[in-house]
Design a protein around this ligand. Structure first.
Ligand code: CP3
Length: 649
């Protein structure tokens, strides 16, 4: 799906960069509502800070309590505009200092100071009071408290009850803007009742969140505002703003991987309609969006103007129909290059992940949501089929897949189970869950390894450079080879049809390593099996026949079958397509390595491939092979946007 807020109203609370945000929102198809929420306070206006310095230097203060690291640093910076820092440090050395937690301690350390009284974890003010009661009687002591953000009247009262004289030293950098009208109007747009006039609210700092709620409190509409946010999508630029949002009891609906305004706006625009749909469906069903998993967002294709799979640009391209833009998805779009994927992988092994349909579905959807691609590919692996055949499969960190009991002799082939495909029902379940939760016009791709590629893992026991064991069996013992290929063809065909029955809209055969064969070998040892496999696949789902490494095999792959031929980057897409003919669609074929470069280079190379396709119907954009784990996620997103933008017709 191309980037588009579709005219929805997007509130921005940005102040300094208000105009830039308005431009970004407009460029992404939204109607900006600009509500500046902050005003920078010049240091010299912070009179409490100067009063503190004066009293400290005069020897009036006995104890300084530092509440926060940011506040401590800001206090020093402010005071430094009028007083000499070495003198202040000297004065601080002769008083007692308490720092609440490691951050103010670090700020002190930078000045060569250390706290004199230690507070136990978790550094709350009750821990602090306990410390006084034990070690430092407060009677008649003069105490200065550095406060940042909010003051804590209860704490001040408790100190005073213990006989202290308290000077509170608020330090702040930001205040509410002088003109609160735009912020109030935006707040009313959000609250609005039936006349709600805001769909998205974008926060680009934590202070914006606090200020919005401060004004809401002043106006007595705090709880109304909180309630209203259940129907307005909340975007947060990064983790600190997100924490401020959750502190208000709200849910962050989107936070980009890269904490920048431009990513926030573009990525939210790309999936804006979905997010809003999810949020408002959750609200209508009275579900707390905090508890609402992505897979709980179920669509009703065709209902109330909802799209259906007939609207899928990807499916149209598979059938070589004209499309408004070139559809794109990316091999390995769910995987280790994503931070969220790595988070999930900390909790589950690769195999556990594949076998837990809810989680596999979440991972599948996450990639689509993040990237705005036109198709999902179910999260699974081509080697899962080897388990029900009786093989002991493991994904070893840093090494890839390993099969501990490889299939190498005629006896090994004989001993393979004749498996029941329902042992792989976890994949079917993941497909069912994903299909319900995926936008109806985004296609869901099922997949399997092609017989040669699976056989190579079964025989080698893992990855290989020259496929020596595989080819030796193939050349030396044709009967065993064909027997193995037949067994694979049978299970793979049941497996793919099971995926289609579960809801896969298209299927892809990955023959990743078949390029190690010559055309004659392919024709003799592989093609008959692939042909039979593809002939047996339910005709309702288009088949993508993909391989890498050997362009000389392409005409034979076409002969073997498939509605779409997947190309790697080693061929010129235009030449390959002309050779294959107009009666087949093609997928590809950007060199994945381009994703290490820059948006500029990515765009140039995307354009070059689109030029080769020359607007012929039936081109699906993809990499020539999968994304690598250390590729920058923002470049992956850039690729998707570039394809959509440059191919729009
Ligand atoms: O997003 C997607 O593309 C869907 C999921 C998918 C995976 N594997 C997940 C996976 C798909 C389509 C595959 C297919 C696959 N698996 C192929 C064919 C595609 C290709 O790249 O040629 C092959 C050859 C395999 C076998 C396989 N599985 C290998 C070689 C590896 C190790 C890769 C590595 O770099 O370590 C796997 C593991 C695997 N499969 C991972 C993922 C996300 C990494 C697992 C992890 O999180 O540690």
């Amino acid at each position: 799906m191309p980037i588009d807020f579709k005219g929805l109203r997007v509130v921005s609370f940005e102040s300094r960069q208000a105009a830039e945000m308005a431009e970004l929102i407009k460029a992404a198809g939204g109607e900006p509502v600009i509500a500046p929420s902050m005003r920078e306070i010049p240091f010299e206006h912070n009179s409490e800070a100067f009063m503190f310095a004066k009293l400290l230097l005069a020897g009036w203060i006995d104890l300084v309590i530092l509440m926060t690291g940011v506040g401590t640093r800001l206090l020093v910076k402010t005071v430094a505009t009028k007083y000499s820092i070495p003198e202040l440090i000297e004065a601080l050395r002769s008083v007692k200092i308490i720092a609440l937690g490691p951050k103010p301690v670090a700020a002190l350390r930078d000045m060569g100071l250390a706290p004199t009284i230690f507070v136990p974890k978790p550094y709350t003010w009750t821990d602090l009071l306990g410390t006084f009661d034990d070690k430092y009687p407060l009677h008649n002591k003069r105490v200065a408290i550095q406060e940042y953000g909010q003051s804590n009247p209860e704490m001040i009262k408790a100190l005073e009850e213990r006989g202290a004289q308290v000077l509170s030293v608020p330090v702040y950098r930001w205040e509410l803007p002088e003109d609160l009208e735009p912020l109030r109007r935006a707040m009313q747009d959000i609250i609005g009742g039936d006349a709600r006039r805001a769909d998205f609210a974008l926060f680009t700092s934590a202070t914006q969140v606090r200020h919005l709620f401060q004004v809401a409190r002043m106006d007595g509409v705090e709880s109304k505002l909180r309630q209203a946010f259940k129907q307005v999508c909340i975007g947060s630029v990064g983790p600190i703003a997100s924490r401020a949002i959750t502190e208000q009891g709200l849910t962050v609906d989107y936070e980009p991987d890269t904490p920048k305004m431009v990513h926030l706006v573009r990525e939210m625009a790309r999936r804006g309609g979905d997010l809003l749909y999810k949020k408002r469906t959750a609200f209508a069903n009275r579900v707390d969006t905090n508890q609402w998993r992505r897979i709980d967002m179920v669509w009703q294709p065709g209902a109330k103007g909802q799209p259906t799979i007939k609207d899928s640009v990807f499916m149209k391209a598979c059938r070589r129909e004209r499309t408004p833009y070139t559809p794109v998805w990316i091999m390995r779009q769910a995987g280790r290059y994503q931070r969220e994927y790595l988070r999930i992988r900390k909790k589950w092994t690769m195999l556990e992940l594949c076998k837990t349909p809810e989680v596999a579905a979440e991972v599948t959807l996450m990639a689509v949501d993040r990237l705005g691609v036109d198709a999902a590919i179910i999260f699974a692996d081509i080697l899962l089929v080897t388990e029900p055949m009786g093989l002991n499969l493991e994904f070893v960190k840093g090494e890839g897949p390993v099969i501990h009991n490889p299939t190498r002799t005629p006896g090994d082939v004989d001993r393979l189970n004749d498996p029941d495909v329902n042992e792989l029902s976890y994949v079917f379940d993941a497909i069912k869950i994903t299909r319900r939760a995926l936008r109806p016009d985004i296609a869901l791709i099922g997949f399997a390894g092609a017989p040669f590629t699976i056989a190579s893992y079964m025989i080698e026991g893992g990855k290989s450079r020259d496929y020596a064991k595989t080819k030796t069996m193939m050349y030396r013992d044709k009967a065993t080879w064909h027997a193995l290929m037949e067994r694979l063809t049978k299970i793979l065909s049941e497996y793919l049809n099971g995926q289609i029955a579960a809801g896969a809209d298209a299927v892809q055969l990955f023959d990743s390593w078949v390029g190690s064969l010559s055309p004659d070998d392919y024709r003799q040892y592989v093609m008959p099996h692939v042909k039979r496999l593809i002939e047996g696949i339910d005709k309702s789902a288009p088949v993508i026949n993909f391989s890498t490494g050997n362009p000389a095999l392409l005409p034979l792959m076409k002969e073997a079958g498939g509605d779409v031929i997947g190309l790697d980057w080693r061929v010129d897409l235009g030449d390959a397509w002309s050779m294959l003919g107009d009666d087949v669609a093609v997928m590809g074929n950007l060199d994945p390595i381009v994703l290490y470069t820059s948006p500029k280079e990515i765009r140039a190379q995307v354009q070059a491939i689109l030029d080769k396709a020359a607007g012929r119907p039936g081109h699906i954009f993809n990499l020539g092979h999968g994304i690598l784990p250390d590729m920058p996620p923002e470049n992956v997103a850039e690729l998707v946007d570039a394809v959509h933008e440059l191919s729009a017709r």
